[in-house]
Design a protein. Structure first.
Length: 238
């Protein structure tokens, strides 16, 4: 079992989490995401998706059990170590974007390369420079107008901001990409374009993809689909 877990992009074993003096919100006996696998994880609002993603991002630490990312005992790392693992190996597309309003569109996309020598190096290796990598991703997502690149992100539409957040997660080809409702602010045409880009990027880099959504119509084309209700055996969820 240990050898198998070391080969996983994500591995959860006997993970439980709950707030003090409350029943467990999440109880997951075992969950694995293989390197290069594309998993569609679905669940209604209140099914525990946010709690699980906060655990995977290292924002929360489980009360019991182990979380491994790319063979590393992530839940047992220090806060500083989790920060570095996130910076080097994890691309996170947040539902609320988490863009820095005082930075330009281009500078927001380049942020991961500022915090990770590894991701900056991979961007240069493929595109010649970090900025060229950022421009390629933005262009593929329909943001190719150079006049936009220096504008503060607060001047962009919600749909444009969501695409900037996606480009930021993808730059530098992290081995693991977690997408939290990443198409919620996109129209149907751009939603299809976005998923195609995500697919092409994870194919090129060999990244594992955990795509979290309530919209089952998006599940086609993933390696497998999984309901969080099936995964979480806790009787009470958020």
């Amino acid at each position: 079992m240990t050898a198998q877990l070391a080969d996983s992009a994500i591995a959860l074993t006997d993970v439980k989490f709950g707030w003090p003096d409350q029943p467990a919100l999440l109880s997951i006996d075992q969950f694995r995401l293989l390197p290069g696998e594309r998993l569609f994880l679905y669940g209604a609002s209140g099914s525990g998706k946010t709690t699980l993603l906060n655990l995977l991002a290292g924002v929360l630490v489980p009360d019991k059990g182990n979380i491994e990312l790319l063979g590393r005992p992530f839940s047992q790392c220090t806060s500083q170590q989790r920060d570095q693992v996130r910076a080097d190996h994890l691309g996170f597309i947040f539902q609320v974007f988490n863009l820095l309003p005082y930075l330009s569109l281009l500078d927001n996309v380049l942020l991961p390369c500022r915090f990770s020598v590894r991701r900056a190096s991979r961007a240069r290796q493929r595109f010649g420079s970090e900025e060229a990598a950022a421009r390629y991703l933005l262009s593929t997502l329909g943001l190719s107008d150079p006049a936009l690149f220096k504008r503060p992100v607060i001047e962009l539409s919600v749909g444009q901001q969501q695409r900037v957040a996606a480009a930021r997660a993808l730059i530098g080809e992290p081995e693991l990409i977690i997408a939290d409702e990443p198409t919620s602010a996109l129209d149907s045409d751009m939603r299809e374009t976005f998923i195609e880009l995500l697919d092409s990027q994870v194919t090129h880099s060999g990244s594992a993809l955990l795509f979290v959504s309530h919209d089952l119509s998006l599940a086609t084309g993933f390696s497998r689909s999984l309901s969080l209700a099936e995964l979480n055996s806790a009787s009470t969820v958020v």
